[in-house]
Design a protein around this ligand. Structure first.
Ligand SMILES: NC(=O)c1ccc[n+]([C@@H]2O[C@H](COP(=O)([O-])OP(=O)(O)OC[C@H]3O[C@@H](n4cnc5c(N)ncnc54)[C@H](O)[C@@H]3O)[C@@H](O)[C@H]2O)c1
Length: 242
């Protein structure tokens, strides 16, 4: 991991920022692409942290990020596509979701992952290393029945996309996997006694949630140690989806 260049989208989010700090702690050079430019002063001071304000649904902004990364690092070892959110109106199911939110959700939760890989692929291909990978963050909504129609369709789509590029990127020794997350309360969320989280807890085989630090552990292991994992959807959910 020392000196590897890791590009992560959504790296200023509740899960992303923990993953970013974890990878920086392991010596990686981490490039965050996010629309949100607020982050901790600790991160800003880290010489291995780079931020490029980028809307990942905007192809021109992704191409601009590509040029900045190319100029600064010339290559990418690992690409983590994490930016994603569900739209408010889809909480009320297919009857409630607005057409506008269907388009917005698919654009961010599916198209943006494809745009990102297409835009950045040449920088991973030229990397002179036998350890190169792409991880895209999906959700157990892709594999079970938690509603959120457009979000769930998009998160399933990521898995199909991952399989479709496996052989193509494999020619350049690039591994590609998805991670399907169950409910992951952020580090700053007070979950004890909270009705929303208590409800989800009932679905867990082991009554404790996956936390962002667990996601960071898994990502680190998939990037650095588990070099035989390829073409897989890794489910991190404490048995929630079973
Ligand atoms: N937290 C959970 O319970 C949970 C469960 C399953 C899957 N996930 C997935 O994990 C990933 C991270 O979730 P989170 O909980 O950290 O969410 P979050 O909302 O805290 O973070 C999302 C990040 O993505 C960024 N983002 C949103 N739109 C963007 C855009 N157009 N361009 C660039 N950046 C954009 C946001 O600014 C934010 O920093 C998401 O893909 C989410 O779907 C989360």
């Amino acid at each position: 991991m020392e000196d590897s260049v890791v590009v992560i989208t959504g790296g200023h989010g509740g899960i992303g920022r923990v993953v970013v700090e974890y990878l920086l702690g392991k010596g990686a050079k981490v490039v965050v692409l996010d629309v949100n430019d607020t982050t901790s002063s600790k991160l800003k001071l880290n010489k291995n942290y780079t931020f490029i304000k980028t809307d990942v649904t905007n192809i021109k902004e992704l191409q601009n990020a590509h040029e900045i990364i190319k100029d600064k690092f010339n290559h990418i070892n690992h690409l983590i596509s994490m930016a994603g959110i569900n739209m408010k109106s889809e909480i009320n199911g297919i009857k409630g979701i607005t057409f506008e939110d269907i388009d917005k959700s698919i654009k961010l939760n599916l198209n943006a992952h494809i745009y990102l890989v297409k835009t950045m692929l040449d920088l991973i291909e030229i990397t002179n290393s036998d350890n190169k990978s792409i991880i895209m963050i999906s959700s157990i909504n892709a594999i079970t029945r938690y509603g959120l129609p457009a979000y769930s369709a998009a998160k399933s789509g990521i898995y199909g996309f991952m399989k479709s590029i496996l052989n193509e990127v494999g020619k350049s020794n690039i591994r590609v996997n998805t991670i399907s997350l169950g409910t992951v309360p952020h580090m700053d969320q007070d979950i004890e006694g909270d009705e929303y989280f208590e409800n989800y807890k009932n679905h867990l085989a082991i009554k404790s949630f996956v936390r962002p630090t667990d996601v960071a552990d898994t990502i680190y292991s998939m990037l650095g140690l588990s070099k035989c994992i390829n073409g897989q959807n890794i489910v991190l959910d404490m048995g929630q989806s079973v």
